[in-house]
Unconditional design. Structure first.
Length: 95
């Protein structure tokens, strides 16, 4: 993790063998939208975002620079039960 403009971020993620995960808790069952804020000079970067067995593939468009951040709509995840979950973001070729 690093900080850019006061916001923590995953800086210089260049190794396709690595991924990131976050543990979180859902108190109310339902469908939730997932969004990321991304920055990369590369265009067409495929990622898989997963929660448990549900997977969404997204393609990150280039933002022009590592410090030019833009929102990226990932999709929606449905949770039938409250509880603890893990969200993972991996390069598409590592899924």
């Amino acid at each position: 993790m690093e900080t850019t403009y006061g916001a923590p971020n995953i800086g210089f993620w260049l190794d396709s063998r690595t991924w990131v995960e976050w543990a979180f808790r859902i108190d109310q069952p339902g469908t939730y939208a997932a969004e990321a804020v991304v920055a990369t000079p590369a265009s067409g970067v495929p990622l898989v975002v997963s929660v448990q067995d549900e997977k969404l593939q997204v393609t990150v468009a280039g933002t022009g620079a590592y410090d030019t951040f833009r929102p990226l709509a990932i999709g929606r995840f449905t949770f039938d039960e409250p509880g603890a979950y893990t969200l993972a973001v991996k390069p598409a070729d590592r899924d």
